[in-house]
Design a protein around this ligand. Sequence first.
Ligand code: OOG
Ligand code: MG
Length: 259
Amino acid sequence: MSVDHNSIANLLHLAEVEKREVVRVTEQTPFDIEAAYKIQQELVNIKLGQGHRIVGPKMGLTSQAKMKQMNVNEPIYGYVFDYMVIPEGGELKISDLIHPKVEAEIAFILGKDIEGSGITGAQVLAATEYVLPALEIIDSRYENFKFTLPDVIADNTSASRVVFGNKLTHPDGLDLDLVGMTLSINGEIKELGAGAAVVGHPANSVAMLANMLARKGEKLKAGQIILTGGITGAVMLSVGDSVAGKADGLGEVTFKVVE
Ligand code: OOG
Ligand code: MG
């Protein structure tokens, strides 16, 4: 069966704009991972066409905790757009979203472009200008957050909102694999982990991303903010939640959930 990339991208775009969950698309129209990235590209093009800009790419499902939670087994990538960024300490308007969850991540800012293939974590670290803590708010457009790998790729890897910490740290002298990170809601630790949860080291996640992007002739660009994937599982959000992500040596990142 031929897959209409554009109509699936439109359906997922509308689901996001209208804040309504949809039946996972592969239930009706099965497609593979390659087709899923084509649909994602259409979705990205729709957003670019509306004047939104890409802040940077994101990796997803890079930790065992996440793969187990979502019942899938391979890292994926998507894109974070400017309209998704909430300032540090700011408010997440829950009525803008479907059924958001939050996860704690480490983000990278490159000082130099990185072009795959065959990129290693060491090469990424050498090209990294800063690392910073981040809280990603994911909001799958699918019913009950249930999807297969092609579904979630098509849905821009559930990207919805993100809060970046204000403190930028040069990675020299940091063992990012050993950096501990906690995710607290209303002062109570809900999830915790270490950088090593992310494919052994968060820089390996960026290297994988460079290698995956190389397959479609794209590269990682200096100045982009890159999410390396949840260190922990994701936690459901409710109105009134005060959320904090703290990473050892990197500082903290917070936001509040409002109606
Ligand atoms: C997919 C997005 C995964 C991560 O950091 O692992 C992701 C999902 O869990 O809905 O962003
Ligand atoms: Mg994430």
